[in-house]
Design a binder for this molecule. Structure first.
Ligand code: CMC
Length: 396
């Protein structure tokens, strides 16, 4: 290999220096900008956390009001985008709709593209913030339209006077029957889930965001690429896959047989294992607590019993112990979403909305890093040496 090292899947390659997020996979520690995830989930709001991730510090009271105000003012979609969303098939996967609409946003804001506005466009903080407000503001609206499309209902306009998560639930039409307002317990639970999903250093989709960002493409196109990476079942799609797995298992008696199939490698225990965590994912612990809060408000999701039994057996089985496989963030979140009434295919979308904050924090860091070069990994070529071309008529 000469001086080039082969590292399939980037198991041990650092491609940037970063100050956004810290993970200690052995100790199960996750911090955003130095703050422990447990404390942020308990005390902060998603919009505060997005400010923290992108700007490096928690906002002052004044900054928080301004930030929230700017984001909420960008929640409306251009009518043509609404029309675009309506053209999808009734059963289109909402994540496919979100990815396509993110890409489409670049055509609605052509001046956000450095190839039109000049390579130095994003040296200006104002130009960056404009796109950041738009993306964080519009994503829940796009997600809500995708959801409403999926259930064949008309779209609801955003209400910028509501909180971020509250407005999202409002647009989905998830309102309590008594006062036609989003249930505050569900709004807070979703906000906490958004906080724990907001960033996770160089996970596959964030690496994709940096990869695309390194070409200086506009952030909407880069976000569409990152969202595409998130969609995969080994990443943000895992939460959806966990629910399908629990449905397939069906009852507690089938759990030992399923675990045996996992050990025979004919099945995977979705929502388990992580590239970085070799102990309990701290986000899974928080999600488990949120599940109890939500179940207390709206009733228990029966499949939780299967999940608890899977975890109990797996954590005492040598296969999982030797490989250091523990529940990850996706193991319990699907059950919370299900009990809130979300269809399974909305789960990756619920991951995508908050992760946008992390993607944007890394995009900003990439723009400011003088060491940034276009991402261009090398390969180890194992193909033919030079060969003689044979004309088509002479081939057998
Ligand atoms: N079920 C059964 N076996 C597993 C699992 C699992 N969920 N995860 C890993 N293993 C085994 C794997 O077969 C391998 O065994 P062996 O050494 O005998 O070949 C060993 O553990 C190491 O696994 P790996 O696939 O080499 O590890 P990785 O770091 O490449 O993959 C992962 C990490 C998350 C893709 C993987 O653990 C996985 O596929 N988990 C299930 C999908 C999932 O829950 N994804 C969500 C990740 S967290 C949220 C996010 O970032 O999106």
């Amino acid at each position: 290999l000469g001086v080039r090292s082969l590292d399939p899947g980037y198991m041990n390659t650092a491609v940037c220096k970063s100050e956004v997020c810290f993970i200690d996979g052995d100790e199960g520690i996750l911090r955003y900008r130095g703050y422990n995830i447990e404390e942020l989930a308990e005390k902060s709001t998603f919009l505060e956390v997005s400010y923290l991730l992108i700007n490096g510090e928690l906002p002052s009271k004044k900054q928080n009001v301004e930030w929230s105000d700017r984001v909420m003012k960008h929640t409306y979609l251009h009518e043509n985008l609404n029309q675009l969303l309506k053209q999808f098939r009734y059963d289109a996967h909402p994540m496919g709709m979100v990815i396509s609409t993110l890409a489409a946003l670049s055509t609605f804001y052509p001046y956000a593209n450095p190839s039109l506005s000049g390579e130095n466009l994003y040296k200006s903080e104002q130009a960056r913030n404009k796109q950041i407000f738009r993306i964080i503001g519009k994503l829940p609206t796009i997600a809500a339209c995708a959801y409403r499309n999926r259930i064949g209902k008309p779209y609801n306009n955003p209400q910028s006077s509501l909180g971020y998560t509250e407005n999202f639930l409002y647009m989905l039409d998830k309102l309590s029957e008594n006062d036609y307002k989003p249930n505050p317990v569900l709004a807070r639970a979703l906000d906490k889930l958004f906080i724990i999903h907001a960033d996770h250093e160089l996970n596959c989709s964030t690496a994709a965001m940096r990869h695309l960002g390194s070409t200086k493409v506009d952030p909407y196109t880069a976000m569409a690429g990152a969202a595409g990476a998130l969609y995969g079942p080994l990443h943000g799609g895992a939460c959806e896959a966990v629910l399908h797995m629990l449905e397939d298992i069906g009852s507690l008696e089938n759990v030992p047989n399923f675990i045996q199939q996992v050990k025979n490698k004919s099945k995977k225990l979705m929502g388990f294992g992580h590239r970085v965590y070799k102990s309990y994912d701290p986000r899974a612990k928080i999600a488990r607590k949120i599940a109890d809060e939500v179940f207390a408000a709206v009733g228990k999701e029966p499949m939780i019993e299967i999940a608890i039994e899977l975890e109990r057996i797996a954590l005492s089985d040598p296969y999982f112990i030797e490989r250091k496989l523990y529940p990850n963030v996706d193991f319990y979140t699907g059950l919370v979403y299900r009990s809130m009434g979300f269809p399974t295919d909305m789960f990756p979308v619920l991951f995508c909305i908050p992760r946008a904050a992390g993607w944007l924090a890394h995009w900003v860091e990439l723009l400011d890093d003088p060491a940034t070069h276009i991402y261009r990994p090398r390969q180890v070529y194992l193909g033919y040496d030079e060969r003689q071309y044979v004309e088509l008529q002479n081939r057998t």
